[in-house]
Design a protein around this ligand. Sequence first.
Ligand code: ARG
Length: 665
Amino acid sequence: MRLLETVRRHVQQVLDSLTSGSSDLLLRITATRDPQFGDFQANLSLAMVLGKQLGREPVELANQIAASLRLDPFFASVEVAGRGYINMQLADAWIVEQSSAAEASDRLTISAPETCKTYIVDFSSPNVAKPMHVGHIRSTVIGDAIVRILRCLGHRVISDNHLGDWGTQFGMVIYGYKNFNAPQAFAANPVAELSRQYRLVQQIIGYQSAKTSIDSARREREVLSQRLIETQKALSTASSQKNPEEKKLAKQLKSIDRGIKDADEGIEELQIKIAAVEQEPDLLAIASKHADLESRVLSETAKLHSGDAENLRLWHAFLPHCKAEIQHIYDRLGVQFDYELGESFYHSMLAPTVDSLLQRGVAVESQGAVCVFLDGFDAPMIIRKQDGAFLYSTTDLATVEYRMKTFSPDVILYVVDHRQSDHFQKFFRCLKQTGLSEVELRHISFGTVLGKDGRPFKTRSGSVVGLEPLLDEAVARALKVVCDPSRLQNASLILSEDEKQHVASVVGIGAIKYADLSHHRENDYEFDLDKMVQLEGNTAAYIQYSFARTQNILRKLADKVAAEDSTAPRNFEIAFDHPLDRALAIQILRFEDSLHQSMVDYAPSVVTEYLYELAKLFASFFDQCPVLRAETPTQQDSRRLLVYLTGKTLKQGLDLLNIQTVDRM
Ligand code: ARG
C-alpha cells in the first residue's frame, strides 16, 4: 500500500469537484516531519494555485476543502493553519486495519505489483584478469539493491554482469605470461601469478610513461609558478589602488594555487613511479629490455582479437581462473546474476554492427576510422579505429542490439562509475541517432570511494586495495565491536564461537554494503571501517541490532504467554494509545512509499534512510512504551503487533539491500 498515494487519492476526491486538473496539485501533499502539523500536510501552494485558478481566497478554499475532508472517515482530523496550509491526521481505525492486514500478508504492506516493466540492469562488470578493488563494490552493491527493489515492486528484471573479459588487460597478462611467468607459482595459484604479472606489466608501463611525461609536467609547473608571481604582483597593485579587478585576480590566484598543488602531486606521483623501478635493478633491467611495453601489449591484444591461435589458447586457459576468483567475492557478498555476457560474447557481432551503421549512413569513414558524428558534441564517437580495432563503444552498441532482440527491455540501467559519464552521454546520443527510441537508457552513475586523506582509497604503498582483505578486515572489526565480551555479558548474551563468527560475518559484510548504499550514489564517501561497524548511528549494525531487539522482545513475550494460564480469555483488540505507538505504526506503513521513492532516481539511500528512521523510532518506542509490562492486554497485543511489524519491515528492508540479519546479537 502506497500511503502517500492513498492520502492523495482521498484528497483528490474532494479536489475533483473543484477543478479538472488536480494531479499537479496533489504533488503538494507530503508527509509531515513534525506531528504538531498532523501526519500529512497540503502545502500552502495548493490553496494558492487553486485559488488563482478559481479566483478565490486561498484560506477560504482551504477551509472548504478541509470541511469536505472531515466527512471522510479516513481522516481523524483536518485543520487549516496559517494562510491555507491543510494539516491532516489519519484515523486510528484505518491505521489499525492496515497494520493488521500487514501482519497477515507475507508482503507486509507492499501491494501487488501494478505496471510491470522489463528492466535490464548492467552492473558490477569488472575487468577481469586484474584484481577487483573497492571501487567495484559500488557498482555491485548498488546494482544488486536496484535489482532487488525493482523485483519486489513487481517488475521483470534481468541482471547482467557485462564482464570486461576481452580488453587490454588480457594483452597485459598474455605478454606477462609469455615473458615473466613463474611456472611453479602459476601451477600453485594461477590467479595470484597472473595478478603479479599484470601488476608488473602495469608498473613498467607506468614507469615508461612517467619517464616520458615528467619533463613536460615540470615545465608546466614552471609556467604556473611564473603566472603565480605575476598574478600576485598584479593583485598587490590592484589592492593598493582599490581596483575593481581585485576580486577577479584573487580568484585567479586561488585557482593557480590549486593548479600548482595538483601539479606538485602529479609530479610526486610520477617520481614515485620512477623511483620504485629505478631502485630495483631487476625491474630496471626489465624496463630497458622491454622498451615501449605499452605498444607491445597492444599488439598482443590485437593478436587476440584477430584470432591468433596461441593468444586465444592462453585467453581460454586464463579466463576460468579469473572468473573463479571474482565468483569467490560474489559468493561472499551473496550476489547473483541472471547473465554474465561479457565483452567477449559480443566479439563476433562488432563488425556487423559497424557495417550496418555504415550502410544506414549513421556512421561514416573519416581519416581511415569509422565514426558517428553526434549532434551536440564536438568530437565524434569512434567505433572502429584506423588499424581496424574496435572500441568499448562498439561493444556497447552491439550489446544493446543483442539485448533489444533478446529481451525487449523497456529500460536499461548502466550502474557505472561517474568517470564514464562522458562515454554514456555520447553512447546514448548515438543510439538515438540510430533511431532507437523505444527503450529508456539511464547511466546510474556513482561517486568515488575515498581514503581518510580524501583521495581515492589506496593502501600506504600506493596500490589499490584488493577487495578480499577488506571484507576480512570488516568481519574482524565487527567481531571486536559486536562480540566484545563485556558487551555480551551486559546483554546476558551467550554465543558459541560459531555463532560469534556468523554474527561478525553478517555484521561485517553488511557494514560495507550499508555504508556504500547509505551515501547517495552520486556522492563520494570516505571508507572508514571503524565507523561502519559501529552499533550507533546510520549503520548496518544499528539496523541489525534493532531487528535482533524486536526478536528478543517477541521471544520473551511468547515465553510469558506460554507461562500464563492459557485458558484465561484474551481480547485481541488493537489500539494505539501512545503517540509513539501511532508514529511507529505510520512509519511502518510508509515502507512501500520509500521503495517507490528510491526508484524515482534509482537511489537505494532512500531505503537506508527509511530504515534508519524506523529503527530510531523503534528505539524511542522501546524506551517509552513497555511491551512485556504493558498496562492492559489490549496495549500488550497492540505493541506486540508493532514490534512484530517493525522486525519484519527491518528484515525485509535489509533483505532488499541484500544485507542479512541475525536473531540474537
Ligand atoms: N568493464 C567496465 C569497467 O570496468 C564497465 C562496464 C560497464 N558496462 C557497460 N555496458 N559499459 O570500466
